[in-house]
Design a protein. Sequence first.
Length: 220
Amino acid sequence: MKLFDEAFQAAAVTVNAFQTGQLEGNPADQGVSLPWVCQMAVNAGAGDHLEIGTSWGASAIAVALAKARAGLPGKVWCVDPYSKKRENVRKIGESGDLHVASISAARRNIKSAEVDVQIIRAKSLPFPDRLKDMRFVSAYVDGSHIGETPYLDLMEVSKRVDYYVGTDNYEEGYPDVLDACHKFLQQDLWNLYFKNFIFISFRKAAPPRNMILSNRLEHT
């Protein structure tokens, strides 16, 4: 995998914006996966990126910033139902109030970050009609980590993705995610691309060697 400075920079800018209060909420897992999601998206080249599970919008914003910094055209599309009961809940302040991600907060963050991100408020299963005929160069699955959903999400997005699919929380605390990734790898079309911390990525086909990611020499 080729590493791009733009991906690391975009992830750092995003995490800093949450830490300083420029953006609402918090990136999942303190943003540990953001650099690697961005690297995957930039390696995928020009084209749209798909995200399942958006929460506060951290990963979507980071990917959009990374693609823009790398000179790569393409929009980030997010699918999240924003139900009242969410996995991503944390306590803030001494009062212990619950701080729950909402679509309005995510949209405010996206507007503040000035990035090209569109949220589709819907469940990922069945896949939203609005996106079912679209193609994407990369996808990040970070929705429900329970039961068959992680595997079904991987299978569903893989039908529409040309190069890379990544998922988060590949760790002992999420056995259903581990099982989903192992089952996904049993297919002939997808191979392990890389793993960093709790993020894991799969590649269907390597981009052509002469594919130009942007008009900059280091992206050839």
